[in-house]
Ligand binder design. Structure first.
Ligand code: GDP
Length: 307
């Protein structure tokens, strides 16, 4: 178990390489390049955080908190600020306890997201992770008839329809299958075409109604998948989905492919919706539960002890 966890931390560290190279390298050069803590010093940190897509609001909060701590602790040496900055970022990411209730109950996980964000891949990975925990998983391929790419594993039943089939009717069939097979988790890979909000809303409501009526005993989780490489657009998408669905968590993918992994900080801090999983690579082990502390440690690569 410990070995597996270290493996996870290493994967996280590796997955965040691009972000580390941009944000952390920049910050380190500020800490070593300044001899005084002055406005220029703070401005440069601010600039790097914003460039890393942490976002202006979150950055402002981080810098304000940092200034407070510097004053309180009478710090004059910039090098001594680094740990405070790390703590300040962690503090902004704290959204309280993140629940993974659905893993332990009979549940339905509705996954929504626009095309290309990594939804199908994430659904496949999630199914695989749950299956490895000994859970019986049924998958509703209600988006298209693409079976969960690559991670298509024995023991995960996939209920699909023909291309163009009504997603709600696929969910209906999948609920019947989940009940008949006494499944622990039913994962629904649903559509998410944001360009037509009204249709999306209607489609989701239809699905919610079916679940309420046919499967009221199931605990409902709604996860939005966002592509980390799209930075602030991902944040925008999350806001739009939150307007039409009761979003209970985020899956943030492709953090390995971007220097703007700071978006994880922005999403966690600004949306008040927990990031529950992050994708840091292509393999099944690269979909990880998100832990703010561990994320920032991996980003700054400060501590492996508790990984
Ligand atoms: P969908 O259209 O949202 O269902 O997207 P797909 O699941 O088909 O994924 C689109 C592409 O993103 C595929 O090539 C995936 O392999 C890739 N992808 C998904 N998640 C990750 C990730 O965390 N890291 C990387 N590097 N690629 C990913």
């Amino acid at each position: 178990m410990a070995e597996e966890k270290v493996g996870f931390f290493k994967r996280l560290v590796n997955g965040l390489t691009k972000t580390r190279d941009s944000i952390v390298a920049g910050i380190d050069s500020i800490f070593s390049g300044y001899s005084n803590i002055d406005d220029d010093f703070y401005e440069e940190i601010e600039e790097i955080l914003v460039m890393g897509d942490i976002g202006i609001n979150t950055t402002t909060k981080i810098i304000d908190h940092l200034k407070e701590r510097v004053a309180e602790e009478h710090i004059t040496d910039p090098a001594e600020c680094k740990q405070l900055l790390i703590e300040s970022i962690k503090k902004q990411m704290d959204v309280g306890d993140t629940a993974y209730e659905f893993e332990n109950r009979k549940s339905v996980v509705l996954v929504i997201g626009v095309n290309g964000v990594g939804k199908t891949t994430s659904v496949g990975k999630l199914a695989g992770i749950l299956k490895d925990q000994g859970k019986k998983v049924v998958l509703a391929a209600a988006d298209t008839f693409r079976a969960a790419a690559g991670e298509h594993r024995a023991g995960v039943d996939i209920i699909g329809g023909q291309n163009g089939a009504d997603p709600a009717s696929i969910v209906y069939d999948a609920v019947a299958a989940a009940k008949a097979r006494n499944a622990d988790v039913l994962i629904c890979d649903t559509a998410g075409r944001l360009h037509n909000k009204k249709n999306l809303m209607e489609e989701l409501h239809k699905i919610y109604r079916i679940l309420e009526k046919e499967y009221p005993e199931a605990y409902l989780e709604t996860l939005v998948v966002l592509d980390g490489t799209t930075g602030q657009n991902a944040l925008q998408q999350a806001r739009q989905f939150a307007e039409v669905a009761n979003v209970t968590g985020i899956i943030l993918t492709k953090l390995d492919g971007t220097a703007k992994g700071g978006i994880a900080v922005a999403i966690q801090s600004e949306l008040d919706i927990p990031v529950k999983y992050i994708g840091v690579g292509e393999s099944i082990h690269d979909l990880q539960k998100f832990d703010a502390d561990q994320f920032v440690n991996a980003l700054f690569h400060t501590s492996e002890e508790n990984a």
